[in-house]
Design a protein around this ligand. Structure first.
Ligand SMILES: Nc1ncnc2c1ncn2[C@@H]1O[C@H](COP(=O)(O)OP(=O)(O)OP(=O)(O)O)[C@@H](O)[C@H]1O
Ligand SMILES: [Mg+2]
Length: 146
C-alpha cells in the first residue's frame, strides 16, 4: 500500500485522480473505497479529466452506471451504493464491459462482493480533518502491464 497522500480540497483530490490516469491501462478494474463523502466520485472525476473528459462527470448514484467513450479509453463509472442484488448489475449490462479493454471505476465495490472481478487497483480514501487522504493498493498479479 502506498503512503497516504493528504489533500485539503476537492480540486486537490481531483488532481490526484487526473495524475493517476496516466498510469492506467486497458481493462483496469479500479475499486474506490471509503465511507460516505470520502471522495470516491471526486477521484473518478479526476481520472476522467485526466483522460480528457471536459463534461460534467455526474455521480451514477441512481443510474448505477455511466459510460464514457473517450479518445484514449472507454471508461465505465459504477456506483453500487444502492445495489441490492447481482441481478441489478446484470440488468445494466455490466458484464459487457468486462472485456479486458474498458476501464472500470467502481464506487462501493464491497456491495458487489461475489460478483465483481478482483481489482487491478484499490484506491482507499479516508477523512483527515476537513481534508482527505488517498492511498493506492495495486494487485500485482492482476496489473495489466502491456
Ligand atoms: N480532498 C478533499 N478535501 C475536502 N473536501 C473534499 C475533498 N475531496 C472531496 N471533498 C468534498 O467531499 C464531498 C464528497 O465528495 P465525493 O462526492 O467525491 O465523495 P464520495 O466518496 O463519492 O461520496 P458517496 O459515498 O456519497 O459516493 C464533496 O462535497 C467534496 O467537495
Ligand atoms: Mg460518490
Amino acid at each position: 500500500m502506498s503512503e497516504p497522500i493528504v489533500t485539503g480540497s476537492e480540486p486537490e483530490l481531483e488532481a490526484v485522480g487526473s495524475a493517476l490516469a496516466k498510469s492506467l491501462s486497458f481493462g483496469d478494474i479500479i475499486f474506490l473505497e471509503g465511507e460516505l463523502g470520502a471522495g470516491k466520485t471526486t477521484v473518478s472525476r479526476g481520472i476522467l479529466r485526466g483522460f480528457g473528459y471536459r463534461g460534467i462527470a455526474a455521480s451514477p448514484t441512481y443510474t448505477l452506471l455511466e459510460l464514457y467513450e473517450l479518445t484514449a479509453h472507454r471508461v465505465v463509472h459504477l456506483d453500487l451504493y444502492r445495489i441490492t442484488a447481482a441481478i441489478d448489475l446484470e440488468g445494466i449490462g455490466f458484464r459487457d464491459y468486462l472485456d479486458g479493454q474498458t476501464i472500470c471505476l467502481i464506487e462501493w465495490p464491497e456491495n458487489g462482493a461475489g460478483f465483481l472481478p478482483a481489482p487491478t487497483l484499490r484506491i482507499i480514501l479516508e477523512y483527515a480533518g476537513v481534508g482527505r487522504t488517498v492511498r493506492f493498493e495495486p494487485s500485482i498479479g492482476r496489473l495489466n502491464l502491456s
